[in-house]
Design a protein around this ligand. Sequence first.
Ligand code: ZN
Length: 182
Amino acid sequence: MNMSIKITQKDNPILRQRAKEVPLKEIGSEKIRDIIKRMSETLSESANGVGLAAPQIGVSLAIFLISEEVKNKATTEKMTPEERKKLKHFIFINPRLVKSSQKKSLMAEGCLSVEGVFGNIKRSRQVVVEAYNEKGEKFRTGASGLFAQTLQHEIDHLNGKLFTDKTEKLKKITLVAEQPNN
Ligand code: ZN
């Protein structure tokens, strides 16, 4: 049976809360593993999704997942559901933006919690993020392009921000999305 999980939508107050940090000793617990599993399933089932933050499944904790496809920019909508299930998801727990480049680019962006809307938003071209993985090990990653954009989008989610708060030229779309959603 395919248990679809609903993604919280923009008017849900949980998307406006600052997500709580996960206590380090809880990271490997069944509770956190279960949340990550549900997030991973939800992300796999979202046709255009490249990232998902815990508040988007109704959990106000500082966790997000990013699909490995941000690294090769393969367009998700061309993949079959089976192919999408095989994509690896990078797990970020208690992430912290360590550095972000002064240089910014205007990038097209969408969000699984703001259905049918895309807009242009200024994002730093490069960022460095520090976080914990699902084993409770601290790691640091540098990113550019779509990966950097998605990291900034997901960190915004954990701070209670939505991309529509600062987009330019918001536009509604009715057809299948060409841009990735986070
Ligand atoms: Zn989003």
